[in-house]
Ligand binder design. Structure first.
Ligand code: ADP
Ligand code: ZN
Length: 749
């Protein structure tokens, strides 16, 4: 028999192999060893009874790895859909669904190695990038020198696959590793960190009575669940309306009916209490899927699910591929959250895959949010989804009252140096005096956003990317380090200007580190913590800070959007927002939506306990509608306003977008290739199937040393757009490794 096998080689389609008469046909979802060129790889059986053209030379499969399917056939099918919809390789799509162990030695799936410069390979002192002059580097081949140069620009290291694309072969790396100049390590997956310790002590109150509004919502959802059909419900409930309690009751009902539940959360580390509540409610038959567990633990959890020992899975976006085979319910909590979108191949959206999966397995999907995405709410408006609304907080707690502070007035009165307005400072002081807690949001990390010389104007820009470097405190010592948030290039900031030697370097713009410092100076007795990607880099740090804040061992928590998500801290009665308009300047059609979501969500963290909450929002644009309506926490009004813009501009949810980015060594090269793609799309656009915008330089014109040019396809039928793109790619095979295709992009930089 001929079978179709997916192999873990980017861009490769299914391959066909022969299973000799004497060998048992491996089932769909099982792994097999197969010859690919000169190599033997581990692939996954995707289809039986494959057909090939007469006379094609078909090789035999090698040994079978599994007798039983490793992946259930339903998941294999789901991955095929993902590969197709998101224009990704089937091997890449299957890799996401594989248990972590299967990517290790037993299989070639996703075996990513990272190469980093060693201490010998890097320049010891100031972080500048001149490794070639060190005495250790004599006698290197030109290729080895070139490799060191590339690596010196990427302190965090680069995957060997990416290095290979840039001409650095494994042999070159091995040579450097042997001389101790380069260190090779296996990839660590940091996408959804969660630590065991994050299981905070949360006692679920089993006898708690639902409020009337909760009960009505639960009853509506019960009815949908009992139909045991594919349905999508949008649970639109204001912050603090008690959505979690409803999820738990619904999950219990599904479980009792003999079916299984998948509960998706944006980032487990940020909502540890959700995992704890579910564990508390369903005990041992709960699996938690997150990548910060050891490979062994993840492997065990996955196989417990696969063996059917689990009723409820709690996990982040990749949990949508959990091998459950009696799925009855998928809850997507905070469905608007951007972290459901994977920003690398396959670029899938966890919520959208959840809906597709549920439709195949006749399950109910509940999308929960206080600030639904425009896409989901529009589907509720048209009746495609059932809308269920919670308009009030539990126990009639009022929503936080929001006050706007116009920073223009503040600057006029207090001078340009002011970062915390008089009103906000006074409110924080009041909370400290009362023993209440406060959150202070600034969605920009670092100390300052730029540094420049007052005498000659020299600035610190990333040599690899078109961004200015963000300045961080270099550590416990004085000193500053300027770092690129895209490629991780960093350099110590000297005390005098590099160009003119003047000793006047000035900081411009400010981030969370500066706010923290400012608050410490202003309120020396307050206990202050900070949550952003820099402060929680160390394993366990995030859990530690959040637990301390929950235990009221901290008074003020400063942070980026990480502090705005789902948290339930009853002691918080004040939320301060510094620079509410940070995101509004971006050239992105979702800027207003994101700003509205962030402000509404963070304001929703205040007043969740017995005492009423208040939010103070500092802005330069107090009249902007997304800021105005977030203050009123009026989602329907925001939707009505935004939808007019989206329809008028032919943006989602009315039109679908596909983004293409072409990378090149020079701008002209990237532009020329992008033009060629667009030219080849002309017949399809002429036929009116969709329109093409661009090509144009991407907002991030250079990234990690490569020039970037982008274009968009806009239309109502994604299938047409995908089809046309695939045809172009087939005709220009060389473009594959330089072209990134993003279907339904969330961020377009
Ligand atoms: P949401 O996710 O809608 O913002 P949560 O589910 O976090 O809200 O609930 C907000 C708070 O209200 C939590 O502390 C929760 O324990 C509490 N709560 C939920 N339902 C009830 C209820 N029926 N009675 C009392 N407290 C409740
Ligand atoms: Zn950079």
């Amino acid at each position: 028999m001929l079978i179709s096998v997916a192999v873990p080689v980017p861009f490769l389609d299914l391959l066909t192999y022969n299973v000799p008469e004497s060998v048992a046909v491996p089932p769909i979802g099982a792994r097999v060893r197969v010859p690919v060129g000169a190599r033997t790889l581990t692939g996954c059986v995707v289809r039986h009874d494959a057909l090939v053209e007469e006379g094609t030379d078909v090789k035999d499969i090698g040994e079978a790895v599994d007798r039983e399917p490793l992946l259930p056939p339903s998941i294999v099918e789901l991955c095929r859909w993902v590969a197709d919809y998101y224009v990704a390789g089937i091997g890449d799509a299957l890799a996401v669904a594989m248990p972590p162990g299967a990517r290790g030695k037993a299989s070639a799936f996703r075996r990513q190695r990272i190469a980093t410069l060693s201490a010998l390979g890097s320049d010891p002192g100031d972080g500048s990038t001149q490794p070639l002059e060190s005495p250790h580097h004599r006698g290197l081949t030109p290729k080895q020198s070139a490799a060191l140069q590339i690596l010196s620009a990427a302190p965090a290291g680069l995957p060997t696959s990416e290095l290979r694309e840039r001409g650095v072969t494994p042999a070159v790396l091995a040579g450097l590793a042997k001389r101790g100049l380069v260190v090779l390590r296996d990839e660590r997956d940091d996408r959804d960190p969660f630590e065991r310790a994050a299981m905070m002590d949360v006692a679920p109150d089993a006898d708690r009575e639902l409020t009337e509004e909760q009960q009505r919502a639960a009853d509506d959802l019960f009815a949908l669940a009992d139909a045991a059909e594919f349905r999508v419900a949008l649970l639109h409930g204001v912050t603090g309306s008690g959505k979690t309690e409803i999820y738990l009751r619904l999950a219990d009902r599904i479980r009792r009916s003999g079916r299984q539940v998948l509960l998706m959360v944006p980032e487990i580390a940020l909502t540890p209490s959700m995992a704890a509540l579910v564990r508390g409610a369903f005990g041992d038959r709960v699996a938690i899927q997150h990548s910060a567990l050891s490979v062994g633990e993840r492997h065990d959890q996955w196989h417990r699910i696969r063996r059917g020992e689990i009723d409820v899975v709690v996990g982040t976006r990749s949990a949508v591929f959990a091998p459950l085979d009696r799925l009855g319910l998928i809850v997507v909590d905070e469905e608007h959250d951007g972290s459901y979108k994977q920003e690398e191949t396959p670029r899938y959206h966890g919520r959208d895959v959840a809906i597709m999966r549920a439709s195949r397995e006749r399950a109910l999907v509940v999308l929960g949010s206080a600030t639904p995405s425009m896409e989901s709410y529009q589907n509720a408006v048209t009746g495609k989804y059932t809308r269920i609304t919670l308009e009030r907080r539990v126990l009639d707690r009022p929503l936080a009252a929001v006050r706007l502070v116009n920073m223009r007035t503040e600057y006029a009165d207090e001078g340009p140096e002011i970062v915390i307005s008089r009103e906000l400072a006074a409110a924080i002081g009041e909370r400290l005096a009362r023993g209440d807690q406060a959150l202070v949001l600034l969605n920009r990390r670092g100390y300052s956003t730029a540094i420049f010389c007052r005498q000659c104007g020299d600035t610190f820009e990333c040599p690899n990317c078109t961004v200015s470097l963000t300045v961080h405190r270099a550590g416990s010592g004085a000193g500053w380090r300027a770092r690129c948030h895209y490629c991780n290039y960093s350099v110590l900031v000297p005390t005098a200007c590099r160009k003119c030697a003047a000793p006047y370097l000035e900081h411009a713009g400010f981030g969370t580190e500066r706010i923290e410092e400012h608050l410490r100076e202003r309120f020396p007795d307050a206990r202050i913590g900070r949550v952003d990607r820099d402060s929680v880099r160390r394993k366990g740090a995030l859990t530690q800070i959040l637990s301390k804040f929950a235990a009221r061992e901290l008074d003020v928590l400063v942070g980026t959007q990480m502090i705005a998500k789902g948290h339930d801290f009853p002691g918080v009665t004040l939320v301060g927002v510094i620079s509410a308009d940070v995101g509004l300047g971006l050239a992105d059609f979702r800027a207003s939506e994101r700003t509205f979501q962030l402000l509404t969500q963070v304001a929703g963290r205040a007043g969740r306990g017995e005492r009423t909450g208040e939010a103070i929002v500092q802005t330069l644009y107090p009249e902007h509608y997304s800021i105005q309506l977030a203050c009123r926490q009026d989602y329907p009004a925001f939707f009505e306003r935004e939808v007019v813009y989206r329809r008028g501009m032919r943006y989602p949810p009315f039109f679908a977008l596909v983004n293409g980015v072409v990378r090149g060594r020079t701008f002209d090269d990237a532009m020329q290739q992008a033009r060629e793609i667009v030219r080849r799309l002309e017949p399809a656009t002429a036929a009116g199937r969709f329109t093409v915008l661009g090509p144009a330089p991407a907002p991030l014109g250079r990234l990690r040393g490569e020039h970037r040019v982008q274009f968009f396809l806009k239309g109502t039928r994604r299938a047409d757009m995908r089809h046309a793109l695939l045809q172009v790619v087939a005709a220009m095979p060389e473009i594959r490794r330089r072209l990134t295709i993003d279907v339904d992009p969330l961020s377009v930089l």
